[in-house]
Ligand binder design. Structure first.
Ligand code: ADP
Length: 346
């Protein structure tokens, strides 16, 4: 059945379909998952990524109920290389890396990261999301893929990590590797080493944006993650009552520190107001009003917009389908914010 489908995919150079041309290395299906591995004769076949994406889309179209559990990857047959080359990174195909940070936990940083990722995808960008929140990795739950067990792929003698392709986002989370109860026991070097591995060994492929959901607060773990990568900018999420308090200020200062020197793209005010369903024109500023915009002005940081408290946002996070997927009011707020972020990047 799957093999039959794949016979419809043609390798543009050889003109053969990928099954008869010997490009399909393996197909496994069962337990709600499909995994297809492709193998190309050339070490760097220029059509590899295109064909991989074509197979992914084809399978997702035929098995929409399995979306998120379909993995297509490329195995390359090539000789092993010396150990020094292990240091190379898989981030070379990423155009923009944006860190999503917050002064404190619970302000909605992960929710914002997930919805922003999907908004950028809706805008036509290729998006990846790295959930680096070692203290509470929530992206697997937010995207409904908690059971995903990352596969390793061996390329030229090195092992790489295959991210889950969920809702068109390439997601990898530290939560796929640790039990929630272990997270709090993680300290310094252990967490940093694991995160470095996730950053450099995940098969990101070509991406327009990689969003990093950082742990809340500021500290050594943050510094080591952001120093591993060329981060183009940081977005800081705050609630009205947290803004301008020491935590947010420290967050802005961390990125602005001359040794770090990462542009702060701006502040997003989350939970900015509440509108009850029966009074759609009313905005209750239950946590105060205008603080984030004023703070942003005072420290010369752009203000990226406000996201109100909306029940669908909370429910989306619980049900594995973030609210921008289904609530047009929410997607409108996120769209405005995402456009400002895109504008600020080169
Ligand atoms: P953080 O990553 O900062 O710890 P989360 O993203 O996990 O925070 O959000 C904390 C809680 O607040 C979650 O239950 C989430 O669903 C909820 N939440 C976040 N933003 C909103 C919002 N704008 N409206 C309603 N609920 C929200």
């Amino acid at each position: 059945m799957i093999e039959g489908l794949l016979r419809g995919v043609i390798h543009p150079e050889s003109g053969e379909n990928i099954v008869d041309g010997g490009f399909v290395d393996g197909i496994t299906a069962g337990e709600g998952r499909i995994t297809v591995s492709l193998r190309f004769k050339k070490t760097r076949d220029p059509f590899a990524v295109k064909l991989k994406n074509q197979v992914q889309t084809l399978l997702e179209e035929h098995y929409p109920e399995m979306k998120g559990n379909i993995t297509v990857f490329v195995k390359e047959a090539a000789p092993a290389r010396p150990v020094e080359e292990l240091r190379r990174t898989t981030t070379g195909g990423i155009r923009h890396i944006v860190a999503v940070a917050s002064g404190k936990g619970g302000v909605g940083k992960s929710t914002v990261a997930a919805n922003l990722a999907l908004t950028l995808r809706n805008m036509g960008y290729r998006v990846g999301l790295l959930d680096a929140d070692i203290y509470g990795p929530s992206q697997p739950k937010m995207f409904g893929c908690e059971g995903y067990v990352p596969e390793a792929e061996r390329i030229e003698g090195y092992d790489y990590i295959v991210p889950v392709d969920v809702k068109g986002i390439k997601l990898i989370s530290i939560g796929f590797f640790i039990r929630p109860t272990d997270a709090l026991l993680w300290r310094g070097a252990m967490a940093t080493n694991a995160l470095k591995q996730l950053i450099h060994q995940t098969l990101w492929g070509e991406l327009d944006f990689l969003l990093i959901d950082l742990p809340p607060g500021t500290g050594d773990v943050h510094l080591s993650i952001i120093s591993e990568l060329k981060v183009d900018g940081a977005v800081i999420v705050s609630t009205p009552q947290q803004v301008a308090v020491a935590d947010v200020v420290r967050g802005v200062e961390m990125f602005r520190n001359e040794k770090v020197a990462i542009p702060v793209l701006g502040i997003i005010e989350n939970m900015a107001w509440f509108t009850p369903a029966e009074l759609p024109d009313h905005r209750y500023y239950i946590f105060g009003h205008g603080g984030a915009a004023a703070y942003a002005r005072s420290c010369d940081v752009p203000f990226l917009g406000e996201i109100p408290i909306i029940q669908s946002i909370m429910e989306g996070g619980e049900s594995g389908s973030p609210a921008v997927e289904s609530d047009s009011a929410v997607s409108g707020f996120y769209r405005q914010t995402a456009e400002k972020i895109v504008d600020k990047l080169p």
